[in-house]
Design a protein. Structure first.
Length: 289
């Protein structure tokens, strides 16, 4: 596996690959790799000739009081896992490579407010601007044909797709289903913050979201009551609920009676750990709607 830390090192390799007509795929990560990330690398292997994984804990997407300083950093085990997964190039930049003019006043990308102001964006103001600011920089530096993102961060996926379409990046965005632990808990680097009992109980979040999705499939259309019931259920399981919401899959807007393709999304706290998850819930059309 090749390794690049600077723009020059990265360019030397990717330019050669482009010159040889090889198709490249980028898997952007913040490191502390788990099976969810490795599934993206494996999918990238199937989709492209060369796989590039970036590891960069991006300060501009963390709000004040969030876990930037404590975010788990495990470069040695990440390197081993990437080699086993068949990654061709690890891009592991310093701040000065990603933000050459410093972190105080970088050129920023602003996420489309219609997609980004709700749910995660409401709870974490500025988060998606930070995500797009670094993803745009990664796209500009790596110039991949394809980039892969997990569906666990569903709103992030939509916000990135919109940036790609709106700014005209010629990059195909591939979404990959959430990889879960046996309990149903979505894989996440932040699961490391959970205590043993919290981790055992955290799979219940997925179980509740699936129940909501089943209710919707069975014809329930009173979203607000469905959301309230889910909140009560999650609270009774010991979670502190940030939001649990039924939304349109395509733009996360509130669904109308004719919307069939829906998503149930939630953010909860287990102790001090914030967990997010989502599931799809396709309604069957009901005559007269
Ligand atoms: O999903 C993540 O790990 C991050 O938000 C990303 C896309 C790597 C940008 O820092």
């Amino acid at each position: 596996m090749w390794r690049a830390e600077t723009r020059e090192q990265l360019n030397a390799i990717t330019r050669r690959w482009r010159g040889e007509g090889l198709k490249t795929a980028l898997v952007p990560t913040m490191g502390n790799l788990h099976k969810g990330h490795l599934a993206l690398v494996e999918e990238a292997r199937r989709e492209a000739d060369r796989v590039i994984t970036s590891i960069y804990v991006n300060p501009t997407q963390f709000g004040q009081g969030e876990d930037f300083d404590n975010y788990p950093r495990t470069p040695d085990s990440d390197v081993k896992l990437l080699m086993q997964a068949g990654c061709d190039l690890l891009f592991i930049p310093e701040h000065s490579t990603m933000y050459p003019f410093g972190l105080e006043n970088p050129v920023r990308v602003q996420a489309s407010p219609d997609l980004a102001a709700t749910l995660e964006g409401q709870s974490r103001p500025g988060h998606f601007d930070g995500v797009l600011t670094v993803v745009a920089r990664l796209f500009n530096l790596v110039v991949p044909d394809i980039a892969l993102f997990g569906e666990k961060d569903f709103q992030q996926l939509l916000v990135i797709r919109r940036m790609v379409d709106d700014l005209g990046y010629g990059i195909r965005i591939v979404a990959f289903p959430t990889v879960r632990e046996q309990s149903g808990l979505a894989m996440s680097s932040r699961n490391n913050y959970l205590g043993v009992d919290e981790r055992a109980a955290a799979g219940e979040l997925y179980a509740v979201l699936r129940q909501v999705a089943d209710h919707i499939r069975n014809g329930r259309g009173d979203w607000q009551q469905v959301e309230r019931d889910a909140r009560t259920r999650l609270e009774s399981l010991g979670f502190r609920v940030d939001y649990v919401a039924v939304r349109r899959t395509k733009d996360l807007g509130p669904p109308g009676p004719a919307d069939l393709d829906l998503r149930v999304l939630a953010a909860v706290y287990s102790g001090r750990t914030r967990l997010i998850d989502n599931v799809g819930a396709n309604r069957v059309g009901i005559s007269g709607e």
